[in-house]
Write a protein that binds this ligand. Structure first.
Ligand SMILES: C[S@@+](CC[C@H](N)C(=O)[O-])C[C@H]1O[C@@H](n2cnc3c(N)ncnc32)[C@H](O)[C@@H]1O
Length: 275
């Protein structure tokens, strides 16, 4: 991966922030209307709830409009929800007031590259859902910044997009090599959201495990969207509901097994701080 100079990184951060701020007003509607995304979210939540206990404090990175923050706060967790897109945070803060969750959710405009700015407390768990961390080429740096924020035996759960996504690769059969192999670009893949261009980096599970190093013990790994189609094929469900259910049941039976968990639209890794 090429070295990024500070100005390039700042430009990337700004573009991502602008793009997601622009998308913020339609984000929740798109999310709620996509049954594949809803299914993936359910699996992520079921997984973290195996490790979290009511009343614990969660640091959420790239929290977006707070779809998960609200859910977990309503379940009795304290969430410090961070993001660097003011538009996303604006929606989140409005929802916190509407749901009267001011005692459970705090917010901070903070890039995950600036976690040293979170000074107040240590957390039981750190959580990043749905590929926010794919927006940085500095994942290792971000992971290294977790330790001072985590209590002993605290966990991190990261949901990231890997390079191999079987459904996208099937597009090679239709001659769409651009989509089929878009995740393989060494220096990141150009992405466009709301007319704003930024770069997305796809991370291999084994590289993330290396980044965690000896400071963490991996507790579990699962793929999301191995044989279930990726969320951009959301209308697959309306057309093939019975098949969708069948694919879910097959995927659930293989999703925690190698090598399937790393051949997916997203993978989710949970690890515990041991040093
Ligand atoms: C696909 S959205 C996911 C939002 C939320 N986690 C969810 O599951 O709905 C990605 C989020 O990552 C945030 N993001 C991207 N780069 C970031 C950075 N450097 N620091 C903090 N948040 C970032 C974006 O602003 C956006 O809200």
């Amino acid at each position: 991966m090429k070295n990024f100079i500070a100005a390039e990184l700042a430009g990337q951060e700004q573009n991502v922030s602008t793009a997601f701020s622009k998308q913020s007003s339609s984000f929740d509607e798109v999310d709620a209307g996509n049954e594949i995304l809803q299914w993936m979210r359910t699996r992520v939540r079921e997984n973290v709830l195996k490790f979290w206990h009511k009343g614990e404090h969660i640091l959420e990175l790239n929290a977006g409009t707070g779809i998960d923050a609200i859910y977990f706060a309503q379940k009795g967790y304290y969430v410090h929800a961070t993001d660097n897109a003011p538009g996303m945070l604006g929606i989140l803060e409005k929802k916190v007031c509407e749901h009267r969750l001011q005692d459970k959710i705090t917010t901070q405009n903070c890039s995950f590259l600036e976690l040293k700015n979170i000074k107040e407390q240590k957390f039981d768990h750190i959580f990043s859902n749905f590929g926010g961390l794919n927006c940085t080429p500095k994942l290792e740096e971000v992971i290294k910044s977790f330790s001072p924020l985590l209590k002993p035996c605290g966990t991190i759960t990261l949901v990231l997009m890997p390079p191999i996504c079987p459904w996208e690769m099937l597009y090679a059969l239709k001659g769409n090599f651009k989509l089929a192999f878009r995740r393989f670009k060494r220096n990141g893949t150009p992405s466009y959201l709301e007319g704003v261009r930024f770069t997305t980096w796809y991370y291999k599970l084994e590289d993330v495990i290396k980044m965690l190093g000896d400071d963490y013990e991996v507790l579990n790994v699962r793929g999301l969207g191995i044989i279930v189609p990726p969320p951009f094929l959301g209308n697959f469900v309306q057309k093939h509901r019975a098949l969708f259910k069948k694919l879910i049941s097959i995927e659930d039976s293989i999703a925690t097994k190698a090598p399937y968990y790393s051949w997916a639209d997203h993978f989710m890794i949970t690890a515990m701080k041991i040093k």
